[in-house]
Write a protein that binds this ligand. Structure first.
Ligand SMILES: Cc1cc2nc3c(=O)[nH]c(=O)nc-3n(C[C@H](O)[C@H](O)[C@H](O)COP(=O)(O)OP(=O)(O)OC[C@H]3O[C@@H](n4cnc5c(N)ncnc54)[C@H](O)[C@@H]3O)c2cc1C
Length: 473
């Protein structure tokens, strides 16, 4: 610990970043207490019986390429605290209307084999990044700084700074490679014409080959439970059912408060401790598209037209680049796509603990305007029927979650935004402000996905915020 005065810390919120921050602080010799508003730990990594007894659904995150690739999680003994990653045979399936599916396989050669005339172009773009993925992710999953591995970083950056549409159209000739790449990039929740939207496609495609798009056995709750168990083994304390309304009683000399909150949450609990100009910056922080989500209890596996779709836990439903781009343009215009791009997960195909014998679960969401109250159920299910006729006949029960439901569930999901705020060029690197993890108030830090490197279950925001607190920065 570089700051010898830091003896204790309170972490507000037990999402993956809150727990990661607490672990790093405890490892740095600090006495740590995590205060969580809800009755269970986990934030965006919780699971529950949302539909019927015996059906375990992931309430937020479901598929975890960044969880497996996280440079911080990789240093933690999470397997001995109950976390087991399941690797489906393929990382991703992207069905098309001709009845085939474009597959993101673990192997680059097998992926190229289903990309026709774009095989060589795909290999040229992805292979050098996969070959050096550990160094690349060490540079990418954190605050912007001079890269430790400049050559790979520059190679990545030249493509990553482009829009997903621009990169896909200039690099690939055929519909198949263009479709799968833009579908992956759509995880950004950005319009695919925006600069840097390609970066999300590249990072997740590289992770698909390097570590796989894995699911945790038993549900994403197991990630949170293993982090919490490891934290307790280090002496950390977690108090659930403990919503913090104000940091007044927590901010003390020789202590730090780390907030696993968005700028809006930070203003709520600590606004009166912050100078006016910093408060204004937090108020100007933007939260873009929201998500409309459905969880289903199913009587049988989804009856995909393409057999390939049953080999991946993640299936992207949106057809061609043009259709996906139109869908992802809609939220920023305040519109709801007629044919939304749907991100679907089917973990029970690979994890029998998720549903009663012979039964299945599925999870899907699409992007909608922030705070939307429009019911996308029919449009999402139409997209699944398009590639899996008979899907509706398999539904035993469904649970829908609108952006407002999500925000009620977790205040960090502002207007249903799942990434801790917009990740466009203005907020991708300097989030929530130029000060990143620290604030003008001594001892007060922000450690949520509203700091670099942003959304996803990887714990890196928490790790870097804890480092800043330990250094007294
Ligand atoms: C529908 C959905 C699907 C997603 N899918 C994926 C996916 O497949 N893969 C992936 O990697 N990521 C996914 N994500 C994103 C991922 O869940 C988030 O990026 C991640 O959880 C952010 O972690 P965090 O620790 O910053 O915040 P959170 O996980 O939001 O945790 C914040 C915690 O703080 C608590 N809290 C809030 N206010 C207070 C208060 N005042 N006092 C005490 N506690 C408080 C909340 O209850 C919560 O537990 C998804 C998110 C959603 C919503």
């Amino acid at each position: 610990m570089n700051n010898p005065h830091l003896q204790q810390a309170a972490v507000i919120g037990s999402g993956p970043n809150g727990l990661a921050a607490a672990i790093e602080l405890a490892r740095g010799g600090c006495s740590v207490r995590v205060l969580e508003a809800q009755e269970t730990v986990g934030g965006g990594t919780r699971s529950g019986e949302l539909t019927l007894p015996g059906f375990v659904h992931d309430i937020c995150s479901a598929v975890h390429p960044l969880g497996v690739a996280s440079p911080f999680f990789r240093t933690l003994p999470l397997a001995s605290h109950g976390l087991e990653w399941i690797q489906p045979p393929a990382s991703l399936a992207h069905p098309l209307d001709d009845g085939t599916a474009v597959m993101l396989e673990k192997s680059i050669a097998e992926t190229c084999a289903n990309l026709g005339e774009d095989a060589a172009a795909y290999r040229k773009l992805i292979e050098p990044l996969v070959d050096d993925w550990e160094n690349l992710f060490a540079d990418l999953l954190g605050p912007i700084r001079f890269p430790k591995h400049p050559l790979t970083f520059v190679r990545f950056g030249l493509s990553a700074m482009r829009s997903a549409n621009g990169l896909a159209k200039s690099h690939f000739k055929d519909e198949r490679a263009r479709a799968i790449f833009t579908g992956i990039a759509a995880h950004s929740m950005l319009s695919l014409d925006q600069a840097f939207s390609a970066s999300f496609g590249l990072v997740l495609a590289v992770a698909g080959h390097a570590v796989g798009w894995a699911v945790p056995r038993g549900g994403s709750q197991k990630i949170a439970d293993s982090l919490a168990s490891y934290l307790r083994s280090l002496g950390g304390e977690i108090v659930v059912n403990s919503r913090v309304e104000s940091i007044d009683d927590l901010l003390k000399p020789e202590s730090a408060v780390l907030c696993d909150l968005t700028p809006r949450g930070l203003l709520k609990v600590a606004g009166h401790h912050l100078p006016k100009n910093y408060r204004r910056k937090l108020e100007r922080y933007r939260y873009d598209a929201g998500a409309f989500k459905i969880d289903w209890a199913l009587s049988e596996p989804i009856p995909w037209k393409s057999a390939g779709c049953a080999r991946a836990a993640t299936v992207h439903l949106g057809g061609t680049l043009e259709e996906i781009a139109a869908s992802e343009n809609s939220p920023s215009k305040g519109k709801h796509a007629e044919k939304p791009f749907v991100l679907l997960a089917q973990p029970s195909l690979f994890d029998s603990t998720r549903a009663p014998e012979g039964k299945h679960t599925a999870w899907a969401y699409c992007h909608v305007p922030n705070g939307s109250t429009f019911d996308m159920t029919e449009r999402i299910e139409n997209q699944i029927e398009r590639f899996a006729p008979g899907f509706r006949d398999c539904i035993i029960k469904r649970k829908t979650s609108s952006p407002a439901d999500m925000e009620r569930y977790n205040a960090n999901l502002v207007g249903g935004n799942i990434n801790g705020g917009s990740q466009d060029i203005r907020q991708l690197f300097l989030r929530p402000t130029r000060q990143l993890y620290s604030t003008p108030t001594k001892g007060l830090y922000i450690c949520s996905a509203s700091t670099p490197p942003g959304g996803g279950v990887h714990g890196m925001c928490g790790y870097f915020a804890a480092q800043a607190a330990l250094k007294g920065g």
